[in-house]
Design a protein. Sequence first.
Length: 385
Amino acid sequence: MSTRIVRLIQLIVGVLVATVLVSPSWAQDSIKDARQKRDSAVNAQANAAAQIDFLRAQDADVAEAVQQVNLAVSAQQARVETAQQGLASAEQEAAAQNALVAEAQTRIAGVRAQVGDLLVEDYMGRSAQDATAILHSPNLVEGLQRAALLDAVSTDRRRLTSTLRGLQADLDAALQAANNAVEQAQHYRAEIATELAALQTRLADQQRLKVELERRIADWRKKQDQLLKDSANLSAFILKEQARILGAAAGAPSAASVQGFIMPLKGAITSGFGMRRHPVYGDVRMHTGVDIDGRTGDPIVAAKEGRVIFAGVYGGYGNCVVIQNGTSVSTLYGHLSSIDVTVGNAVNKGEFIARVGMTGVATGSHLHFEVRINGEPKDPMLFLP
């Protein structure tokens, strides 16, 4: 799972939305397929995120897993809302079609009654009497009038029969539409049940990942607080050792003490001195040195000649070496995998002293390098070449 994949999914979503607005009806099936593929991709990533191994995962992995599950929860909620809207529409359609069914049934009953009346008249012989009357009428005009009346009756019968057939067709169509709407409503009800069950699973994953991420954030903040305390304690320790070993009280460093530094490790500066924002958690904390990229086991050399005043484990610094480099100036090398000097050793500039590691509060292999004046951390880049 990578940020690039997340951005790709977001891009696909945007393209799909734009396509829906301009696509003709014949393109809707392909749009539906694309949506299903998009949802499948989101679900696949969320499933993978939910299976993350907290014991082995890095903080960034957990944060990205939370992001993936959040995307899946949003998509799942959207599907539930869509199904609920579909159910409401289906139920409205069923109600409308049932109303049409009732109306058609009422109209059919009325037409059937009219047809029944005509049939009764025929059965009683009205038409035959009218025909006989025409044949025996002494007045031709009166006979023709009676013939017209007979034709009108036949026409009414045909009209009513045609109307009845039309109404019956309307009734059949309304009944079919009502049945379809009811089936569609049942389909949406089942879909809502399925989507809600899936949503509950996603919400559980979301909560579990959120708790883990919050635990890691709290743990990181605790370690950072401890690291700041370690830095303050280290300042006092350096001042004490400086006065004890060199017999020098706090004061301005000599020009020689702040010149002639070399890089302690060949690598890129991955994090500078000063206030910095955590790449995952977003917290802003003071960084009392610079981080130099390196692989575990890479050799580290003294940035300047001096005497080792500390070599061992120092809180969040992990394995650590502190060298007094002259009046009021000292350098610190932290997160070491191994230490190759002891307290009291005099070291030359460029002499091998330790190896890169990730002990203490560290998220990866690197060298944490500090320069301190009278125990207070200063930007090492003011001294390094």
